[in-house]
Design a protein around this ligand. Sequence first.
Ligand code: SAM
Ligand code: ZN
Length: 289
Amino acid sequence: MTISKKMINAQVMESNSHLFRCPICSSGMMMADKSQLVCADNHSFDLSKSGYINLAPQAHVTKYDKSLFEARKIVMSSGFFNPVLDYITTKIATHTDKLEQAFILDAGCGEGTHLSAILSQLPGNKTGVGIDLAKEGITAAAKVYPGSIWSVADLANCPFQSNRFDVILNILSPANYAEFTRLLKRDGLFIKAVPESGYLKELRAVFYEDEGRKDDTDPVARFAEHYDVVSTERITYVFPLAPGLLAPLIRMTPLTWGASEEKIEEALGMDIQNITIDFTVILGMKKIE
Ligand SMILES: C[S@@+](CC[C@H](N)C(=O)[O-])C[C@H]1O[C@@H](n2cnc3c(N)ncnc32)[C@H](O)[C@@H]1O
Ligand SMILES: [Zn+2]
């Protein structure tokens, strides 16, 4: 008998129900009938058909929609991010080496490909938890990558108990440093991947022309205000775009939000064969007072 993906996800949730905290009243939660998480104060949240749990008390409509996540999945599955993910995986493997079990939270996981790729390379007993405010991303993750906990949740109100995670990942997503500090174990590792000026520069050249990088806040300095920086690594490479990947690449990125149809057509018509990936990966530990 084959066990459904929903049931696989329900089992992971049940055996790890100690992780959860009610997003409404902050009390502990338990799994009931493999179909609901219920808190001590009786707030209840149903497991969806695809096997994720929605723990965002309010519904949120975000600009990250189904077609964006489908495009992200196509691009991410092409090996586009592999050097970055390999680096992160090695760091997690070293950090969790001696642990019997490790809990890894991907905060702002999108459609889950990064977390799933990382988990598939890690030895031992690792539990992956992916959260994102965009329901479309979490739906895709729960369907395609059963065996982890997938939850619609707001980074500003993470539905988990304090000091539970050995690793928190935050790739291309906003950070909520107060929540991450609360969730991370005392000797946990926080990993943040931020785009640098060369990231997708071939697309920026079309969509932003000469505007350059708009955001001039320094992510490493901001990180260092909250965490002790263990290391920073700039990872830069050129990825050859296979035929057919330019269209999903254009669709997957917020860079093209607000662009006119003509601009998108113009970019699609360009013979972009290589695309630059340029990241800084920052590793940090909690500041101990
Ligand atoms: C650029 S995407 C990156 C997704 C994924 N980490 C990746 O690299 O493919 C940014 C993600 O952050 C999520 N996000 C933004 N604000 C959030 C919030 N307050 N709580 C949870 N997720 C949020 C978005 O829904 C989106 O999926
Ligand atoms: Zn509650």
